[in-house]
Design a binder for this molecule. Structure first.
Ligand code: CP
Length: 330
């Protein structure tokens, strides 16, 4: 039995390096099932409550597909209007009821700490699929898993790398969670590039400094990328701004395209983005002209999300060593 069985996954703060390595080892074991080379029914009869009260493509669908690929069924609630939360029901009551219908729950909600609040009423493990601008722990795990794999191709480790985080570092929950995971490694150089109004929150910077990592904070993209091993771009999170006009002040401020990459980055800098990227002309922070570049890892990140979420279901439900036992013909 691991520390994960029967536990909620709400924040990266509950993880240490051993826990991360356990998740990554199980994620590697999931590869043949995700690729449909093998099939398992290890979660046959189990139900995932997939509750998404905020828009999502990757996280929602990959949670659902991950559960299906392990043989389980998915019951989905999408949008606040489809839930009695819109009639004033509390998160606690909702959790108390829905956790009787499910074996595990994945949840996204627009309010920070709402998933933790929900988990207090739940009788089954709850996995945070993003709570407002606070955290996105499963995205951070898949990002870290991707960084580890991408750097391994160049014979490099996470410790000692240089990462540039770019864009909306204030409201971008993925960079908050990823930065805290990186605090568990050694000698990382962070370059934080954002408008000063959208800077990384002080509490995340304090964690990075406490871990002994070096930080450069700047508002300039060009001229600050030439040492980066990983370039992690984010979208302006317009849904978190007080108004569209306020968000528009920052959209399009930082753009990466083929010409800028070639001129300002190392030839093998890995390009990452949690997605969605904002492809509208006013924003376009990551141009389509890089789509076939071998260093563009954005779709490999999404692929890895399936493996990480399969691993988290297997671990929280305690079936990570029973995949083979329940194999069936492909
Ligand atoms: N990266 C991410 O969370 O994407 P979605 O909003 O589409 O789930």
């Amino acid at each position: 039995m691991t520390q994960f069985e029967g536990s909620h996954i709400l924040s990266v703060n509950q993880l240490d390096l051993d826990a991360i390595n356990t998740i990554f080892n199980v994620a590697h074991k999931m590869t043949p099932y995700a690729l449909r080379e093998k099939r398992t029914k290890v979660l046959d009869g189990a139900i995932l409550g997939n509750l998404f009260f905020e828009p999502s493509t990757r996280t929602r669908v990959s949670f659902g597909c991950a559960f299906n690929l392990l043989g389980g069924a998915v019951r989905e609630t999408v949008g606040m209007g489809a839930s009695s939360l819109s009639k004033g029901e509390s998160l606690y009551d909702t959790a108390r009821v829905l956790s009787t219908y499910s074996d595990v729950i994945a949840m996204r909600h627009p309010d920070a700490y709402s998933v933790e609040e929900f988990s207090k009423g739940s009788r089954v493990p709850v996995i945070n699929g993003g709570d407002g601008s606070n955290e996105h722990p499963t995205q951070a795990l898949l990002d870290l898993f991707t960084i580890q794999k991408e750097l391994a191709h160049a014979g490099r480790d996470i410790s000692g790398m240089h990462i540039a985080l770019v864009g909306d570092l204030k409201y971008g929950r993925t960079v908050h969670s990823l930065s805290r995971l990186l605090c568990m490694y050694k000698d990382i150089q962070f370059t934080l590039i954002s408008p000063s109004e959208l800077a990384m929150p002080d509490y995340v910077i304090a964690d990075i400094e406490k871990a002994g990592h070096k930080i450069t904070i700047t508002e300039q993209l060009e001229g600050n990328l030439n040492q980066a091993d990983i370039l992690y771009l984010t979208r302006i999170q317009e849904e978190r701004f007080p108004s569209q006009e306020e968000a528009n002040k920052y959209r399009g401020k930082f753009r990466l395209n083929h010409a800028i990459y070639t001129q300002h980055c190392k030839s093998n800098t890995v390009i990452m983005h949690p997605l969605p990227r904002d492809s509208r002309e006013a924003a376009n922070e990551l141009d389509n002209d890089l789509n076939s570049h071998p260093s563009l890892a954005i779709f490999r990140q999404a692929d890895n999300g399936l493996l990480i979420r399969m691993a988290l279901f297997a671990l929280t439900l305690g079936v990570e060593n029973q995949l083979e036992k329940y194999e069936c013909p492909v």
